[in-house]
Design a protein around this ligand. Structure first.
Ligand code: NAP
Length: 272
């Protein structure tokens, strides 16, 4: 962990939370986890299946604060029961939840949305990428009697048409709407619920999208800052939303994409 990239401090001291969605060192969830750990958070990580455990365990064990790992396939109720039972046994209560999970089949992340989206593919993308946040939020909130904070990860393809993003864009729209509805339900319990809309970042999930390289290049070239979305910016936004710095902020979708989301027309050459 590099302190210069993920500044150290005490903003998360005494807070415990679950990070869902670390697949490898490039995962957005891993960047967020490193930042939260550097600020004193105690972390649990959920992973899907044995293969992933082998990859994720060395990362998790490199963090301070004795983080622990629990298995959770978000499409399986029994697996989610076991995950949150384990958290309850270990901690009793928790303070935050990071949801950084999404899936759509490769064949559905290319070409025509209208023609390539199957009933099964639509249901699966919605289940893994949107309903799983509703389900995890319900379970996590039961362990937050003193209030807390939750975040989900989204992308601009929910608001605008992004070629090849297709069914995932529709699932992200559902995720963002769910984030607002959950925020309303949990607000009276002092639980804040927000989403971060990150620009394109080089991860396994991104590699599954046809034309991902062009998406990355356009994300930089058309952005206001003329740079890639940086992990420290996304992790910093997560720190803000999950720590007490984020008081009064809930039901929000915070764009961290070098300003790309607000650009209407990319640069125009001077026509004299
Ligand atoms: P990533 O490293 O591939 O993370 C995606 C995670 O979702 C993986 O850990 C994956 O586990 C997990 N997952 C998929 N199906 C699951 C299931 N049934 N149960 C439990 N876990 C499951 O990619 P990432 O880019 O960091 O993605 C994290 C989040 O950020 C996603 O919501 C993504 O849509 C969002 N996001 C990404 C970008 C980007 O450009 N990369 C931009 C904006 C938002 P497996 O490896 O086992 O499938």
């Amino acid at each position: 962990m590099s302190d210069s990239v993920f500044p150290a401090g005490n903003l998360m001291k005494g807070k415990r939370g679950l990070v869902m969605g670390v697949a490898n060192k490039n995962s957005i969830a891993w960047g967020i986890a490193q930042q939260l750990a550097a600020q004193g958070a105690k972390l649990a990580f959920s992973y899907q299946g044995e293969e992933l455990e082998k990859r994720v365990r060395p990362l998790v064990e490199s963090l301070p604060g004795n983080p622990f790992m629990v298995t959770a396939d978000v499409t399986d109720d029994a697996s989610m029961d076991a995950c949150f039972d384990a958290l309850q046994k270990k901690w009793g209560k928790m303070d935050f939840l990071v949801h950084a999970i999404a899936f759509a089949g490769k064949d559905e992340l290319k070409g025509s949305f209208t023609h390539n989206t199957t009933r099964e593919g639509f249901k699966r993308a919605m289940d893994v990428s949107a309903f799983s946040f509703v389900d995890a939020a319900k379970r996590a909130s039961a362990l937050m009697p003193d209030g807390g904070a939750m975040i989900s990860m989204t992308y601009l393809g929910s608001e605008r048409v992004v070629p090849n993003y297709n069914v995932m864009g529709v699932a992200k729209a559902a995720l963002e709407a769910s984030t607002r509805y959950i925020a309303r339900d949990l607000g009276p319990a002092g639980i804040r619920v927000n989403a971060i809309s990150a620009g394109p970042m080089r991860t396994l999930a991104m590699a599954g999208i046809s034309g991902g390289k062009t998406l990355m290049k356009t994300g930089k070239d058309w952005s206001m800052l003329k740079e890639d979305t940086r992990m420290e910016g996304v992790a910093g936004a997560a720190l803000y939303l999950l720590s007490d710095l984020g008081h009064s902020c809930t039901g929000e979708v915070l764009h961290v994409d070098a300003g790309f989301h607000a650009v209407g027309v990319p640069d125009i050459a001077d026509e004299g």
